[in-house]
Structure formats: structure tokens, C-alpha cells
Design a protein around this ligand. Structure first.
Ligand SMILES: Nc1ncnc2c1ncn2[C@@H]1O[C@H](COP(=O)(O)OP(=O)(O)OP(=O)(O)O)[C@@H](O)[C@H]1O
Ligand SMILES: [Mg+2]
Length: 303
């Protein structure tokens, strides 16, 4: 079974796709069997970053049941260390309103892919799709830029993701689960309060469901005077969501990223000496170690 990694942000344009494409390439270069899945419904562009303009198949074919198996829509880049991608889908009524069953079918198929590592780009925003895809994985990465608006958007994203995680920890037919699903919440504190009011001890149970949720933070397009905002995000998350958000790395603003975009090649391959590439390579090394902690789940690994 593969180790799954998802990438979310809240705000658009923070660098999720750029970072994921580079990480996928670096992990493939290290000898891992990697599949990069574009779950950014409506904004799918991973294939373009690798210069693949007209993929033969995409996720749409799987969702429309044009193909029977998700493996049929996998595209392999032999020139990029055998990296596999699943090109994403445009926004159609069918994908935007994907049912619970359809989503489960998709996630089951993703889990069953023959890979060591599966990376998922969940796109921007806080739709249920984005939140569910994000929370589905073993390792969650989140990216923000140092600007206050980007940080607040990431905080909102994490707030909604944690609310959804907590709601999912109570069975629909339990007293607390039934009560929570009748309400809409904008803060985690509201969820905890209603849970405890409905049943004593439910708050502690809700908090336990977040025990293993430690999304890893990447600051992208970093500048030297951005320190204050980063500290603020960590404080907000610790105080109101009760979770720790370890920092995985910082990627500087770097024109080499744009050059790589124009060359249809990940920056780590085109200009490995560029400051942004060096930072991403460091992040990939840390992620490789983390993947190693999942032990024999990545049994296909050749490295
Ligand atoms: N460190 C960086 N330095 C300079 N430019 C960057 C950096 N990181 C990303 N960019 C640029 O920012 C833009 C947005 O990046 P990207 O598409 O990866 O973001 P995204 O989070 O996937 O966006 P969306 O939410 O729309 O999917 C791109 O033009 C990319 O080249
Ligand atoms: Mg993107």
C-alpha cells in the first residue's frame, strides 16, 4: 500500500502545484514509484507543468466511467524517472457535485494504485471535495505565502478541515453525531461546546480525533521581512485548533521558478542550483525520511 501525501492551502496561487510537481520528480529520482494525482477540480494543470498538453486520458474518463480502472488514465513520464501522473478534470456538473459514493470510489481507486508514494493536489479553497481529499491522506502538507491574507486563508482552511475531521469521528447514528450534523459551524470551539452539551465527555473524544493531525507547513515565496506573520499563524493554530503545525521548510521567491514554468520542467530538474530548488530538495529529503517511517507500507520501493 502506498503512502499518501496531500497538499492544500486555502488561498489559490500559493505554489501547491509547483511544489508538488517538484517533490514528485525528486522522489521519483530517488527511486520511488511515484504517482501524482491532480484532484484540483476545475483548475487541473499538473500535466501542463510537464509539457503534456493533450493527455490521452484524464480523471474525467474515470469519473464518467469511460474507463473501468484508474490505472488506465495514468500517464508515465519516462523522461522524468518514470514519474506517473493522473491528469485532472475540468469543472463539470458531475465533478462539482460528486456524490459521497463517487468520492469513495475514487479514493479507493487511488489507494489501490501500484505506487510507493501517491501525491495529491487538492486545489485551492474550502469545498468539501478539497477538505475530504486533504484529510484522506497519511501526510498533509499545507502551503502559504507570508502575506497576512494567505495566512488567514490557510487558517480558515485548517479550521474547516479540523471541523470536518471531528464531525467524521462521531457516527451519524450516535446522539452527538446526529446533533452535530444538524448544525453548521464556523469555529472548532462551537463544535466542542455543542458536543459536550449533548453528551458529557464528547469534547475530549472530539479533541482526541485531532491527536494525530499535524499538517506540515511550507512557506513559499518567502522574503526576509516575513517573520512576524509566520509566528502568528503558529500561535493562531495552536490556540484555536489545538494542533501543532511543524514547519517543513521555506522556499524563497525565485525567478528560476518562472523560467522552469516556461521550459515545462520542474525547477529542481532545470536549475537544481537555484535557491528555490535547493529549498525544495531539502524538503524532499525530509519527506523521504517521513515516508520511511511508514515502514513496509512502501514495500515496492527500490531505493
Ligand atoms: N517560490 C516562488 N518564486 C517565484 N514564483 C513562484 C514561486 N512559487 C510559485 N511561483 C509562481 O506562482 C504561481 C502560482 O503557483 P502554482 O500554480 O504552483 O500555485 P497553486 O497553489 O497551485 O495555484 P492554484 O491554487 O491556482 O492551483 C505560478 O506562476 C508559479 O510559477
Ligand atoms: Mg495548482
Amino acid at each position: 500500500m502506498a503512502v499518501t501525501i496531500s497538499m492544500g492551502s486555502g488561498k489559490g496561487g500559493t505554489g501547491k502545484t509547483t511544489l508538488l510537481c517538484n517533490l514528485a520528480l525528486l522522489l521519483a529520482k530517488k527511486g520511488k514509484k511515484v504517482c501524482l494525482v491532480d484532484l484540483d477540480i476545475g483548475g487541473a494543470d499538473i500535466h501542463l507543468l510537464f509539457g503534456l498538453f493533450e493527455p490521452k486520458h484524464s480523471l474525467t474518463d474515470f469519473l464518467n466511467r469511460k474507463v473501468d480502472s484508474l490505472t488506465e488514465v495514468v500517464h508515465t513520464f519516462y523522461s522524468f524517472y518514470g514519474l506517473q501522473i493522473i491528469p485532472g478534470t475540468g469543472s463539470t456538473l458531475q465533478t462539482a457535485n460528486m456524490s459521497f459514493q463517487e468520492k469513495q470510489r475514487l479514493l479507493r481507486a487511488i489507494s489501490a494504485l501500484d505506487a510507493d508514494v501517491i501525491l495529491m493536489d487538492v486545489g485551492a479553497g474550502t469545498s468539501y471535495h478539497a477538505l475530504d481529499f486533504f484529510m484522506f491522506s497519511d501526510i498533509q502538507l499545507c502551503v502559504t505565502m507570508p502575506e497576512p491574507t494567505s495566512i488567514i486563508d490557510l487558517y480558515s482552511f485548517l479550521q474547516l478541515a479540523t471541523i470536518r475531521k471531528v464531525l467524521g469521528s462521531f457516527l451519524t447514528n450516535s446522539e452527538v453525531g446526529h446533533m452535530l450534523r444538524k448544525h453548521t459551524f464556523s469555529t472548532l470551539t462551537e463544535v466542542f461546546e455543542l458536543a459536550e452539551k449533548t453528551q458529557e465527555g464528547a469534547k475530549a473524544k472530539a479533541q482526541r480525533s485531532l491527536h494525530y493531525f499535524h499538517p506540515l507547513l511550507v512557506i513559499n515565496r518567502d522574503t526576509p521581512n516575513a517573520r512576524v506573520n509566520k509566528t502568528k499563524l503558529k500561535q493562531l493554530v495552536a490556540k484555536y485548533l489545538g494542533i501543532d503545525i511543524p514547519q517543513l521548510g521555506e522556499i524563497p521567491e525565485d525567478a528560476a521558478i518562472q523560467d522552469a514554468l516556461r521550459a515545462y520542467m520542474p525547477v529542481c530538474e532545470l536549475s537544481p542550483e537555484a535557491p528555490a530548488a535547493i529549498a525544495i530538495i531539502r524538503i524532499a529529503d525530509k519527506i523521504e525520511k517521513l515516508i520511511g517511517l511508514f515502514g513496509d507500507r512502501s514495500h515496492n520501493s527500490t531505493s
